[in-house]
Design a protein around this ligand. Structure first.
Ligand code: AMP
Ligand code: ZN
Length: 114
């Protein structure tokens, strides 16, 4: 997807503040953080939304969570706790249509979410 900002980050055309990189996954700091730690974990391949995830993507989705876990450790929030979120489409609050897992921590999260 040539006009997708997260694809440009995955390809290196735009350089985000990367906190973790692997073959198929990239994690970088959110430009508008909603918590002291706010990292986005993305597949490098363009998948628009959670609705577009297929059975063949099982391992990739698992990897997103394993990277979230590693990011939480590195950021020092693994013990205090954190939240992981996929926003999906309009009512879910999704603004960037390239799948991304939010990792939020460093403060107490509220429930229910707004
Ligand atoms: P969502 O609303 O779930 O689609 O989340 C999109 C997130 O991407 C928001 O938290 C934005 O702040 C973040 N974002 C948008 N553009 C950038 C960018 N260039 N670098 C880092 N994060 C971004
Ligand atoms: Zn993309």
């Amino acid at each position: 997807m040539s006009d997708c900002i997260f694809c440009k980050m995955a390809s290196g055309e735009i350089k985000p503040d990367v906190v973790y990189e692997a073959d198929t996954v990239l994690a970088f700091r959110d430009i508008n953080p909603q918590a002291p730690t706010h990292v986005l974990v993305i597949p490098k391949r363009h998948i628009p939304t959670l609705n577009d995830v297929e059975p063949n993507d099982r391992e990739l989705i698992g990897d997103l969570y394993l990277v979230a876990q590693e990011v939480a450790r590195r950021e020092g929030i693994a013990e205090s706790g954190y939240r992981t979120v996929f926003n999906c489409r309009g009512d879910g609050g999704q603004e960037v249509y390239h799948l991304h897992l939010h990792v939020l921590g460093g403060r107490r999260m509220q429930w229910p979410p707004g």
